[in-house]
Design a protein. Structure first.
Length: 169
């Protein structure tokens, strides 16, 4: 594992973090320029998303190491996470998995029974990675966010959460 000077805890992002989160996401998502032009997001987009969910961030000495958007309020018993981003120089150190598990724990604590996400079909490595975390494909939806260089769509994935524990008497 890479030697990282990470803080001991993650934290909920504030509106003041929006520019840094947008920069991190755009840096992490630059790999998608083969099918779409332009930045993935903006500080204004991040602030708008904070109205319905929250961003969880992980810091390290050089700034933000990672971030993930989590929404467990607008989907009844289904939690959602998206825009998972880890600084490119820190990828491969387990930070993405750590943020996914934190997102799942937050949703589980809020009573969600299922965790959902969407990935772009052209990023086959993402499907493999999320399947290794216990997610399975459950459907598709159109990609309509921005003009694309080649046809693509979202793959919807989900994983059941353990929301109830029965204790023996």
């Amino acid at each position: 594992m890479k030697d990282l000077a990470l803080s001991a805890s993650v934290r909920r992002a504030t509106v003041a973090d929006a520019p840094a989160i947008a920069a991190l996401v755009n840096q992490a998502y630059v790999i998608e320029t083969f099918f779409v032009d332009g930045d993935r997001t903006s500080a204004a987009d991040i602030i708008a998303m904070m109205q319905t969910g929250q961003f969880i961030v992980l810091e390290y000495a050089g700034g933000l190491a990672g971030a993930v958007y989590v929404d467990h309020t607008s989907r009844s018993t289904s939690g959602y996470f998206g825009m998972l981003a880890v600084a490119p120089e820190l990828q491969g150190a387990g930070l993405g998995k750590r943020l996914v598990r934190i997102a799942e724990a937050l949703c589980e604590a809020a009573g969600c029974e299922v965790m959902t996400l969407r990935i772009i079909n052209l990023r086959e490595e993402l499907g493999r990675w999320y399947r290794s975390l216990g997610y399975r494909e459950v459907g598709t939806t159109p990609y309509t966010h921005r003009p694309v260089k080649q046809p693509c769509h979202f793959i919807e994935m989900q994983r059941e959460l353990r929301t109830s524990v029965t204790l023996a008497a």
